[in-house]
Design a binder for this molecule. Structure first.
Ligand code: ADP
Ligand code: MG
Length: 737
């Protein structure tokens, strides 16, 4: 075997497997090297040692059984296309033969694998369905006679129909036979391995793919999770260290400038959260290094004001500022609210303005040529202190004399290049403040936004009225009538109503819309409940409401990203001014929109939205001291997994609690914003929520190395590993912060 112990990460799989098999692996998983194959980790292990007896299965728990297939039966589903495969199995473990039913939705694979008479290991959750125990979509692995007698755990891999678990295990045998410490040298320093009790690299590959015990498999997984966290944190620590060496203009402000004047005019006192975050930002701006700070705060916590005060400090120090918003609607709102907040202090450049005043401008894609020219000139001449805008700010045409601070609102919608484009508009790196209303737990922030400092505002300004949230099951016919009547009640009181729909029309969705995965469930609703109609759209809702007598005298407007800018602005204005009582929209109102008289929000087919999204949406109401109500409608059964999400939102208004349940349920790729960037998550093993402690420990270990005298240079092997790792698509990931 010694001759073959020469594989490295880059060894092509066709050398190991032969061309034909290598091609199949490539087709199934896209892997072409030994390193990629080795990183195809099992999702879990099944173990004969922990077998349950069919006769004693506990409802609601995860079990593993070995059983023989007795019958296979396929039937059509009532309510949706596809088929249901029912497999009856029995084991020989109970006092008498007991059978168990399993169901697979569109179980093409199971249909092929599970023949009558075959024996397999199955594992899944036991559910009670119409008085029968069953496993729904269990995982399984076919067993031959030798395996039935083998006590070692069986790894369960992400597999495909053409490349099932068994074949992956065969391939892994061949790959593992050829790896050794020469081709896969350890790069984590020995003291780190020891103090964190992390097994070595080659041993870990062996153990994760061929464990003697399940515990051994999980210990190996921990190694790879730590490795990933460690490399990431090393890269982030280096970036932080690098930033601390970069110069930036210190913006200390003045005692009697705009900021001081503004603070005197404030009609309210700042919340504790605003004061603390404000202080942290003010201190950063004074330093001679570029600030890179994330301002996190609940919806409505008053982030804009904190950002505005930071901008004024920079203007007081002779600099200019830019505020970048993700949508035109939001840019408009920011512009107006800044103008309103500043009053006469924001009228710079206008006739007879306050001598201390600065100039505030708005630049969006819809600006006419003359207006555009005026705005560009203002920025280029240095007269404009605050330039608010959308992506248009990124254009080469936009020039500043001295850009000192860039504020990015809802950063997750902006890509890397875009933020770089803004940074490059200044000779020296400007200070950067990123605002987000999506609460991010600490370890996630540490991972995803790695080198950003974080300011947190958990308190809301006083006088916020509570928001009551209810799920409205539309299967009950009376509910639909009740829903519209409730809307009419609200408009009759002179209040305003948001109606949010998942789609613009049958054909169009918002660009940033991510449909939530709706898992297959037994089609229980089909036989007894009403059939679920097609997803509601803005167009259909507008038509429906318009045709109803109760809304005959109500102005109803639509707002979505597919409308021309003037129409959007017009609709927003109509709603903002109170003229329109009902706004039917998509998620474009999710961020920032601030209409104090709105008291009711109806979210249609709410299961289409994620937890954080729902929380953001309902944050639009209850802003003016009037209590708010959020109604989330759904056609789904109360037991449907997607309704769990709605129940979570119904149960609390604490954004941080919700963020945690959201993250727990989402795929990692979504957390990292991969869905925005279009690439897959770069984290392979690490789970930002589950591995929180491990990430924190990896961060400490990484910092102590980078902050040491020679930094990462002390460990050339490790340095190379970090560089290689950063090289991949990681660069983009790091830049995201
Ligand atoms: P966020 O962007 O954090 O969701 P906003 O900045 O839109 O919140 O603020 C929401 C509303 O609260 C705005 O109308 C703002 O004027 C108001 N507001 C901000 N700070 C305070 C405060 N300290 N006291 C009272 N109202 C405030
Ligand atoms: Mg805001």
């Amino acid at each position: 075997m010694t001759a073959s112990a020469e594989f490295t990460n880059e060894t092509p799989l066709d050398i190991v497997l032969g061309a034909a098999s290598a091609r199949k692996v490539e087709t199934a998983f896209g892997y072409s090297t030994v390193g990629q194959m080795l990183s195809h980790f099992p999702r879990r292990y099944m173990e004969i040692g922990e077998l349950s007896k069919i006769s004693e299965l506990p409802v609601g728990e995860d079990v593993t059984i070995v059983a023989e297939v007795k019958s296979v039966n396929q039937r059509r589903m009532h309510s949706r296309s596809g088929f249901l495969l029912e497999v009856l199995v029995s084991d020989a473990l109970g006092p008498e033969q007991s059978t168990l039913r399993m169901t697979f939705f569109n179980g093409y694979e199971a249909k092929r694998d599970l023949q009558v008479g075959s024996t397999a290991m199955f594992s899944g959750k036991v559910t009670l369905y119409r008085n029968h125990l069953e496993l729904t979509h269990p995982e399984y692995s076919l067993l031959d006679a030798a395996e039935e007698a083998d006590p070692r755990p069986i790894p369960i891999y992400p597999a495909t129909a053409k490349f099932p678990n068994k074949k992956i295990r065969e391939v892994m045998e061949l790959v593992l036979a050829g790896i050794g410490t020469a081709g896969f040298p350890e790069f984590i320093p020995d003291p780190v391995l020891k103090s964190h009790r992390i097994p070595g690299r080659v041993v870990s590959y062996e153990h994760i793919h061929r464990p003697q015990t399940v515990a051994q498999g999980y210990a190996a997984r921990k190694r790879f999770a730590f490795e990933e966290a460690f490399l990431l944190q090393l890269a982030l620590a280096q970036r932080r260290a690098h930033r601390m060496k970069q110069p930036a203009t210190s913006r200390s402000g003045t005692a009697d400038g705009l900021l001081a004047a503004f603070d005197k005019t404030l009609p309210f006192t700042l919340t504790d959260g605003q004061l603390i975050a404000g202080r942290e930002i003010a201190d950063d701006l004074v330093r001679g290094h570029p600030m890179n700070r994330l301002l996190q705060g609940e919806v409505g916590s008053g982030k804009t004001l904190v950002a505005l005060r930071a901008m004024l400090q920079v203007i007081d120090s002779g600099g200019q500022t830019a505020l970048l918003a993700p949508t035109e609607v939001l840019a408009q709102q920011h512009y107006q609210s800044i103008k309103k907040h500043l009053g006469s202090l924001g009228t710079g450049g206008e006739l007879g303005s306050d001598p201390r005043a600065t100039r505030v401008d708005l630049l969006t894609g819809s600006a006419g040529a003359a207006e555009r020219k005026r705005v560009l000139l203002g920025a280029a001449s240095g007269e404009t202190g605050i330039l608010v805008g959308t992506h248009s700010l990124l254009s080469d045409m936009v020039r500043f004399v001295d850009l000192g601070l860039v504020v990015v609102d809802e950063q997750h919608r902006f890509g890397v290049e875009q933020r770089d484009a803004l940074r490059s508009k200044a000779d020296m790196p400007p200070h950067m403040l990123v605002m987000t209303a999506t609460p991010i737990p600490r370890t996630v922030a540490m991972t995803v936004f790695g080198d950003l400092e974080v300011s947190l505002m958990r308190t809301l300004p006083p006088g916020r009225a509570p928001i009551a949230t209810h799920i409205v099951p539309l299967q009950l016919p009376a509910m639909q009538q009740r829903l519209f009547a409730r809307m009419a009640e609200e408009t009759a009181k002179g209040h305003q109503v948001y109606v949010v729909c998942p789609r613009i029309s049958e054909k169009a969705v918002e660009d940033d819309f991510l449909p939530m995965p709706i898992e297959p469930t037994p089609d229980t609703t089909a036989s007894d409940g009403a059939a679920k109609p097609a997803t509601m759209t803005v167009e259909k809702m507008l038509e429906l409401l318009g045709s109803m007598d109760i809304f005959a005298n109500t102005e109803i407007r639509a707002l979505h990203g597919g409308m021309p800018s003037e129409e959007k602005a017009d609709a927003m204005m109509a709603f903002d001014s109170g003229r329109a009582s009902i706004l039917v929209s998509t998620t474009v109102i999710e961020v920032g929109v601030d209409v104090h008289n709105a008291t009711l929000m109806v979210i249609i087919d709410a299961e289409n939205f994620g937890i954080s999204q729902l929380h953001q949406l309902r944050g639009r109401i209850g802003r003016g001291g009037l209590p708010g109500t959020c109604l989330m409608t759904t056609w789904l059964d109360a037991e449907h997994p997607s309704v769990m999400r709605l129940k979570a939102v119904e149960s609390t208004t604490d954004g941080f609690l919700l963020a945690e349940s959201d993250l727990n349920e989402r795929r990692e790729g979504d957390i990292l914003g991969a869905s925005q960037s279009g690439s897959r998550s770069t984290l392979k093993v690490l789970r930002v929520m589950k591995d929180a402690k491990l990430i924190a420990r990896a961060r400490e270990a990484a910092e102590s190395i980078v902050d040491g005298d020679d930094g990462l240079r002390t460990y050339p092997g490790l340095q190379a590993a970090v560089e290689e790792w950063v090289d991949e698509d990681m660069q983009a990931f790091l830049e995201r912060g």
